[in-house]
Design a protein around this ligand. Structure first.
Ligand code: HEC
Length: 458
């Protein structure tokens, strides 16, 4: 056989065998979803719902947009999505390269085969496990202002505990895989929780307390939100994000009132001044920014930190902001313009510095009257300082791996701490003594906590 015939038979065989191979059912997870992510999600995600359509999950895709379900299982010809992506000049994607003919065929075949969802369990699906195989890290904590409840962030849920850790009062599951920050409204009637599912959406949840219902959920952007705080009049919320933006929204309906995009990197949080007319935000871009909300205008950098700002908190009654940095520095600043800024490079707004915490500052909190400031670190150690003079009052030990969250009890001399090891601990704030340790989540095997990289032995 000469070369040409060999080639011919090889190609013919290729066609013969291609058919049975290609007949394997089309996988939503492996074949359809990657196309949606590449060509469609940019305009169809929870933060940007063109045509009122979210294409980031199977369920949202199926639910469809303005004109109802985007596809009809078994009937590609009656499916809106096929109409949109095929034809001479396909209308979707509204911008950019159309899908190739073979990609359109994938959609048609997947719908014809029943449009099944084969997304693996746990893949961005909003479910909290009934019993956890092991305790997840604790990224956020907050006591209700009356001291009756302790909110703890877990996987796809918020768990409300009785403040002494004696029982779970409620489990409230939501879309966000992770909650990064909590804030109770000053009157205690609402709990705001911000977080998200990285690369999918950022979410703000507002829950009525103490029932946790009804819940409002507002989605912003495509990445996690951080560092939430209420305005003094409880009408607005402010928070930062991994996409840099700091947003002010209306708590009633989630309307974005102001989007501040002046940070060059993640913004880990922001806080209103005591009159609610200004805010200060901090970010990984080594910037602490002062912004006027009336004029919707950036005023100036409140100082010149020389390390990324990883956490910040406003004094409960004064226009002062305390922050921790990526190299462990802890400072207290006035939330005002630089007096004398040009004169002598003077850091006029700095009120005080505190002892550096080990490695990186990871969490920061004031007690109810602002007399104490607690700072957590990447080594797990927490430190409590007296605000007025910086003296260290107590050291919190025992936490294995980074400490992620700290919250003072509003009435008792107690502080809750949580971190990588998944154990919730209550310490005495006067001497740092451990009061109790418990699992904030119900465990399959009681006592099964994360032990970090050590556990990787085969
Ligand atoms: C550049 C932005 C953009 C991209 C990218 C995009 N869309 Fe759209 N899409 C829109 C807009 C805008 C509308 C609303 C059009 C209208 O209502 O007139 C829309 C509407 C739709 C609708 C109709 C929803 C309804 O119920 O009315 C479908 C289905 C859809 N898009 C599918 C897709 C798919 C599939 C892709 C990827 C292949 C895609 N879109 C990519 C902007 C976009």
């Amino acid at each position: 056989m000469n070369a040409i015939w060999t080639a011919f038979f090889t190609i013919a065989a290729g066609f013969l065998f291609a058919e049975p191979l290609a007949a394997a059912p089309i996988s939503f997870h492996k074949e359809i979803s990657p196309i949606l992510r590449r060509s469609c999600n940019g305009c169809h995600h929870p933060g940007k719902l063109k045509g009122n359509l979210d294409l980031t999950t199977y369920d949202a895709f199926r639910k469809g947009g303005k004109h109802g379900p985007a596809f009809k299982p078994g009937a590609p010809k009656e499916s809106l999505v096929i109409e949109e992506i095929s034809g001479e000049e396909p209308s979707m994607p509204a911008d950019g390269a159309p899908l190739s003919a073979s990609e359109v065929t994938l959609f048609e075949r997947w719908i014809k085969e029943g449009a099944k969802n084969d997304t693996p369990a746990g893949f961005a699906s909003p479910t909290a496990p009934a019993l956890y195989p092991s305790a997840p890290a604790i990224p956020a904590l907050a006591f209700s202002p009356d001291g009756s409840l302790l909110a703890v962030a877990a996987h796809h849920e918020i768990i409300l505990h009785k403040a002494d850790g004696s029982a779970i009062a409620a489990r409230l599951s939501g879309d966000a895989a992770r909650i990064e920050s909590f804030a109770f409204s000053p009157d205690g009637k609402y709990l705001a929780a911000v977080g998200g599912s990285p690369s999918l959406f950022g979410e703000v949840q507002i829950l009525e307390m103490p029932s946790g219902k009804p819940r409002k959920s507002f989605k912003f952007g495509r990445d996690s939100l951080f560092g939430v705080n209420w305005s003094p009049d409880q009408q607005r919320l402010i928070f930062g994000s991994a996409e840099r933006a700091v947003r002010v929204i209306a708590a009633a309906d989630g309307k974005e009132l102001f989007k501040f995009e002046n940070h060059l990197d993640w913004s880990f949080g922001a806080a209103f001044t005591t009159n609610g007319q200004r805010f200060v935000s901090g970010g990984r871009d080594r910037a602490l920014k002062l912004v006027d909300l009336g004029k919707k205008q950036f005023l100036e950098d409140a100082n010149r930190p020389n390390e990324p700002i990883t956490c910040l908190v406003r004094h409960p009654s004064l226009d002062q902001i305390a922050y921790g940095g990526a190299q462990g520095s802890v400072f207290l600043y006035k939330m005002t313009e630089h007096a004398d800024r040009t004169a002598a490079e003077k850091d006029a707004n700095r009120i005080r510095s505190f002892d550096r915490v080990p490695v990186t500052a990871t969490a920061i909190a004031f007690n109810a009257d602002g007399s104490l400031l607690a700072v957590g670190s990447a080594t797990g150690e927490g430190r409590i300082f007296r605000t007025e003079n910086g003296a260290r009052v107590a050291t919190l030990k025992e936490i294995e791996g980074p400490l992620f969250a700290l919250a003072f009890h509003p009435k008792l001399p107690q502080i809750a701490a949580g971190g990588f090891d998944g154990k919730l601990r209550l310490f005495n704030t006067t001497n740092g003594a451990l009061i109790t340790t418990f699992s904030p989540v119900p465990l399959k095997t009681p006592g099964k906590f994360a032990t970090g990289p050590k556990e990787t032995k085969k």
